[in-house]
Design a protein around this ligand. Structure first.
Ligand SMILES: CC(C)(COP(=O)(O)OP(=O)(O)OC[C@H]1O[C@@H](n2cnc3c(N)ncnc32)[C@H](O)[C@@H]1OP(=O)(O)O)[C@@H](O)C(=O)NCCC(=O)NCCS
Length: 300
């Protein structure tokens, strides 16, 4: 799709795919963008001469691509560049999306070098579309975290295998849970089994001893509200929790609102109370209590 020649700038007209191919690719292949997002992204494409792109934005796009690319194969969280005022237009709103799209060929090459099946590769990269759709539902409130999260996909740091995503690490494989209906214990077990086979096969030089996870889903306070047989409780039971520590720079209450209600700013009284979890989240906060972000692990 895009050239994988490292000297080939994304802003070079030759790097832009023919429009119909690009549209098809955007909607079906690398990113599985929903129609509204794909339309907006196509319309704001950084074509040479596009009035939507000023020289500073073009400079930032090229630098962001270079910065993420320089850490190809890395698996830490990375900021691709500064947070931008996204309401200023499509170039500002989607600058990092263009950077990730420009890196699709690069990361596909990395996947190929690790003998990773096309299906895993495309499924993993399709998280871009999923995140953009969530961000749209969140009226663009969700992006700052996604901006950094999506650099993992663009560097070969994360893989989606069945119901879960897995982040390469030093000794642990990080487990992430994306929104896609219930996470039944069977689906989780099948996915973990897939990961147990995937990493030794495709990353034989990396030695993993545990799966680990940091999440609001691991907060034992949820046990006060959720039934014993709920998927969240059963997921939690797999992990041995690390002692609670206030995470630096992370507001667990806000993260719970993000993942359960997909809003960070709606007043508690206006949040829906349809499910046992929704009621629990609001009642807990209204009682003046806080949710905790907990970390846990279990041996591979
Ligand atoms: C993780 C997730 C898949 C669990 O959903 P699940 O498998 O349905 O979970 P449970 O079986 O434990 O659900 C128990 C109850 O909570 C409700 N519930 C679970 N997740 C919910 C959510 N995100 N929003 C609203 N209600 C939710 C269920 O509907 C059920 O309530 P009900 O019996 O009144 O219908 C779901 O919460 C989700 O998609 N979250 C977004 C992604 C996320 O949080 N990832 C972790 C990031 S750190």
């Amino acid at each position: 799709m895009w050239s994988s020649d490292p000297s080939h700038s994304f802003l070079d007209p030759r790097a832009r795919p023919a429009s119909s191919t690009a549209r098809q690719s955007l909607e079906h292949r690398p990113a599985a963008l929903r129609a509204a997002d794909a339309g907006e992204i196509m319309a704001g494409w950084p074509d040479p001469g596009s009035p939507l792109w000023n020289p500073e934005l073009r400079w930032l796009l090229d630098r962001s691509i270079a910065l993420v690319r320089a850490d190809l194969g890395g698996h830490g969280w990375l900021s691709p560049g500064p947070e931008l005022p996204r309401e200023r237009g499509p170039a500002w709103r989607h600058l990092y999306v263009y950077a990730y799209l420009a890196l699709v060929d690069v990361v596909r090459g990395y996947h190929r070098d690790h003998d990773i099946a096309d299906a895993v590769s495309w499924t993993t990269l399709a998280d871009l579309g999923r995140n953009l759709a969530v961000d749209r539902r969140m009226h663009r409130e969700g992006w700052p975290v996604m901006q950094s999260w999506l650099t993992l996909h663009a560097r070969g740091g994360v893989y989606e295998l069945g119901r879960l995503q897995y982040q390469r690490g030093d000794t642990d494989i990080g487990v992430h849970i994306f929104e896609s209906g219930p996470m039944t214990p069977d689906a989780v077990t099948a996915s973990l089994d897939e990961a147990r086979a995937f990493f030794p096969r495709h990353f034989p030089d990396e030695r993993y001893t545990a799966f680990s996870c940091g999440s609001w889903l691991l907060d034992p306070q949820l046990l006060e509200y959720l039934p014993e047989d709920s998927n969240i409780v059963r997921f939690q039971r797999r992990f041995e929790l690390e002692p609670y520590e206030e995470p630096e720079g992370l507001d667990a209450d806000a993260e719970v609102l993000r993942f359960v209600f997909r809003t960070l700013t709606t007043p508690l009284d206006q949040l829906p109370r349809r499910t046992v979890l929704e009621r629990a989240i609001v009642d807990h906060l209204k009682a003046g209590r806080h949710w905790h972000w907990r970390r846990g692990r279990f041996p591979i």
